[in-house]
Design a protein around this ligand. Sequence first.
Ligand code: TYD
Ligand code: MG
Length: 464
Amino acid sequence: MAKIKTKWICLNCGYETTGYLGKCPDCGEWGSLTEEKLQKNDNKKGLTVNINFKSEPQLLKNIEIDDAMRFSTGLSEFDRVLGGGLVRGSLVLIGGDPGIGKSTLVLQSSGNIAKKGIKVLYASAEESARQIKLRANRLNVDSENLYIYAETNLDEIQTNINNIKPDVVIIDSIQAVYNSGLTSSPGSVSQVRECCNILMNIAKTCGITVIVVGHVTKDGMIAGPKVLEHMVDTVLYFEGERYKSYRLIRTIKNRFGSTNDVGVFNMEDDGLVEVTNPSELFLAERCESITPGSVVIATSEGTRPLLVEIQALVGPTSYASPRRVATGIEYNRVLQILAVLEKRVGLNLSKHDVYINVVGGINIQEPAADLGVALAVATCARNVIVDPETVIIGEIGLSGEIRSVRQLELRINEAAKLGFKKAIVPKASLPLKNSPKEIKIIGVSRLIEAIASSIPVKEMQNEF
Ligand code: TYD
Ligand code: MG
C-alpha cells in the first residue's frame, strides 16, 4: 500500500509545506495552515472531451466574437450581476450561507436556459434526483434539455459531460464533489482546488459554461483556499437575512462585467422572484413619523443606484469607554466619521454610545454613504430630524470637506423617482448635465454646511 503523506496547506493562498507553521511564509497569514492526508491514485481518468480551443497565438483583430457568446439566465437580476448574462466557456462561482437559496437560484436559471434549447447538466452532489424533481415541480421548472444528475464523483460527472455534451454544467456544490485521484476527503482544500481546476479545464477547453456553488465559512469567505476565487472568472455572493424574504446577489469579481453590482430577489413559495425596484423595498418600512437619526442615502454599488435608510442611535454611555457598533457599514469608517464630527463640527461624543444600522441587511462599501452616517449621528445626538424628503449623498474627508462621488446623476434620478424633493450632494460633483426638475439639488462643500442645509434653521442655532 502506498504511503500516506501529510501536507499542510494555507487556506488563504494555497501554499503547501510538509510541516506545521504558525505563519504562512507566502502570504503572511497566521494560523491558516491546515493538515491534509493525501495519497495520489494512479487511476485518474483523463479529460477526453472534444477540444475546439485554438491555442496558437492569433492576431487580436482576427479573433471573432459573436452575440451568442452571452446568453440570458431568464432572471434579469442574475444577468445584471453577471454583467449581462452568462458568458460561454466561463466559470462562475456562487457562494452563500446554507439555506439562502443557491440551489433554488441555479435550478430556476437552468430551467430558463434549457427552455431556450441550450443543453444543461445539473450535477447535484447534495440532493437526490427525486429531491431535485420535487423542488423543480415547486418551481415549475420543466424542460427537454435539462439533465439532472445526482453524483459526487467528479470523474463520473466528466464522463457524463462527454456523453451528453451540455452547453452549461452546474456543480452543486464544489465542497461535496471529489476527485478519486486524491484521497483527501471531499471539501478539503486540495479536493476543492483540484476539482475547481478540472472544472476550469472543462470550461476553457470545451467552451462549456460551468456554474459552481460553494459554501461559505464562518467568516463569510468561500470555503477552500482563496486561490479558488483567483481561478474562476466570476465570483458572486448570495446573501440576505435569514428572517427576511429578500436576497441579494453581489458581484465580487467579474472578468466580463463590473464588480460590486447587486441583484435583488424575493424568496417566495414558488421560488425566487426578481425585485425590479429594490429602493422601494428597502424604504418600505420607513416610519411615517421620522425619528431623529434616520437618514436616506443613495448608494451606487456597481451600475445601479439604491436608496437605503441609515439609522443612528446616540445615547449617554454607562461604560468606561463608549461603545461603537456598526451594522452594514465598515466599523473603521464609522470611527473616522465620528472623529471628523468631533473635530470639525464640535460634536462631543466621548461620553456617548453610538450605534449605526443600515436598514435591510444591505452592506454598504462605498464612501458616498459617509455624509448620511454623519448626519444620522449628528441629528440623533441633537434630537432633531432631517427632512424626510431629503436624500443625502457625499464622501467626507478628514478636514470636514465633502468630496465628489461618481454616478451622481443616476442616484438623483432614482431619488426623484421615489418622490424625494431635496438632495444634499457634494458641490464638487455639480453642475449636472440633466437632472430632474422635481428635486431641489443643494451642493455643499463642508460638513457643517451639509448639517445646516438638512436641519431646520431654528433648531440649528440652538444646538450647533
Ligand atoms: P436552497 O436553494 O436549498 O438553499 P441552499 O442551496 O443555498 O442551501 O433554499 C432553501 C430555502 O429556500 C429553504 O429554507 C426553503 C426556501 N424556499 C422557498 O422559500 N421557496 C421555494 O420555492 C424554494 C424552492 C425554497
Ligand atoms: Mg443547496
